[in-house]
Ligand binder design. Structure first.
Ligand code: ZN
Length: 109
């Protein structure tokens, strides 16, 4: 299997606990944990566009997003606005899942 290459230092990521995946616009990018911190430092001053897609915080967010999406899809809360919220949540959920299959799964624990 092709190794996952860090977008910052261009070296392969060998362990899953070193991996941080970020969504940036419509792309998902893999980084080493150390490299992610450098990317984070560089972007913080301008605009915070990067949100990790893996790790504990991301998993908690994923559960919350699923609950939110589920709630607004299966109830009538806020009507059309609720549907929009559900779609935005689903979009984010798809990113999490894609990131998992594209990167997390390819790297041994
Ligand atoms: Zn790196």
């Amino acid at each position: 299997m092709k190794p996952v290459i860090c977008k910052y230092c261009h070296k392969p990521i060998e362990k899953r606990d070193q991996l941080v995946t970020l969504s940036n616009y419509l792309q998902i990018r893999p980084y080493h944990y150390v490299c992610y911190q450098k990317v984070e430092e560089n972007t913080k001053t301008v605009w915070k566009l990067t949100t990790p897609l893996n790790g504990i915080t991301a998993n908690i967010r994923l559960v919350l997003l699923l609950l939110i999406a589920g709630w607004f899809l299966f109830t009538e809360t806020y009507g059309a606005a609720g549907i929009v919220i559900a779609i935005i949540s689903l979009y984010s959920i798809i990113f999490h899942i894609t990131s998992y299959f594209l990167f997390d799964q390819r790297i041994p624990k």
